[in-house]
Ligand binder design. Sequence first.
Ligand SMILES: Cc1ncc(COP(=O)(O)O)c(C=O)c1O
Length: 424
Amino acid sequence: MNSHEIFEESKQYMPGGVNSPVRAFKDMEITPPVIKKGEGAYIFDEDGNQYIDFVGAWGPMILGHCDKDVVKAIKETAENAIAFGAPTELELKLAKHMCTTLDNFDMVRMVNSGTEATMSAVKLARGYTGRDKIIKFAGCYHGHFDGFLISAGSGVMTEGIPGSAGVPEASIKNTVIGNYNDIENIEMIFEKMGNEIAGVIIEPVAGNMGVVPAKKEFLQKLRELCDENGSILIFDEVMCGFRVAYKGAQSLYEVTPDLTTFAKIMGGGLPCGAYGGKREIMEKLSPMGPVYQAGTMSGNPIVMAAGLATLTKLYENPDLYVKLETLGEKLEKGALKIAKEKNLPLCVNRCGAMITLFFNEEGKVENYEDAKKCDTDMFKKFFLHMLNSGINIAPSQFEALFINTTHTEEHIDSFLQAMKKFQV
Ligand SMILES: Cc1ncc(COP(=O)(O)O)c(C=O)c1O
């Protein structure tokens, strides 16, 4: 069957033909290529097309597709251990690796997705402080947990909807929305209700309204306000963790959160998530403490093995991050040059190998309101042109494109060559 046939039949059995909305390319109004195989920098569809991939499974594939060490770890583990629901040495190895190679990370709890990591971290912040209110920022996406589905980025933003049906008022009454990068606004919120705030959750480099790095002073202010008010600061590094630097965005900003959430890269492409941080807070988790959170598949041996292989390779080869930065800079500079030559309204936001090309007249995107002003029609034309030229980027203006360690200068050149041929 070709992509069209597979996708049409999939629609009969899965809503929209997919298991996660953005994959349906609804706004792009085309059938998504159905992917058959991935190898290094490339993916191949069921129709025999090859694409240079800048989506990387929405972030996890930082080592490229089917990295040989990750595949080996998965195969070897699967020979003996698929699932036990019991403690394993592999869990210890990954937990110890994370706690010893990351800063501010005394203890960790493994889960199965980014959503699970963020919703559990928030519950822990509430359990620890005995308070209910959580501040999140407009344009940040922390997964599909009810309490976060207002002013969310990612697919919610792409579809232009304020939130989701099926979320009871009661689930969001304790969610307070702040403006990203707006110090006055966050000061005002804390002034009004500081002693009710259990925690603040933020993507320190936002990737879900397109890439929007936080300003250092803004994160420092959050740290200060959380300290003054006894609130927990949670950095959601599901996307930027192990991506913008091995030790995540917090190492670039030198701001220390109380808890950090991870997923994507840390599972090596398998379903995974984790949250962790200060021992004193983590010890409130069941079975040590009163905050209950559990998971049949949590700490699954194959997932642990894939995660460990990925993180070990990244940690032992810091030059990989130098390569990602070099290629990221090449793409950024090249895209801006082409935009100037072609008179395209382009603003490029980048943090390492996490980049968004915003079609934006104003030349800056620093928050959700700025991002919403982008020309999504122009983005759509750009996306379709790039896909037809063999370049796979996310089908939304409000997502990041990711460079992986198997990309080369030639792949970036191919991206830029394709961009040169873009006609508005
Ligand atoms: C920053 C951030 N947090 C949380 C999530 C949710 O992760 P998952 O899709 O694994 O549930 C995402 C997903 O893209 C994310 O980017």
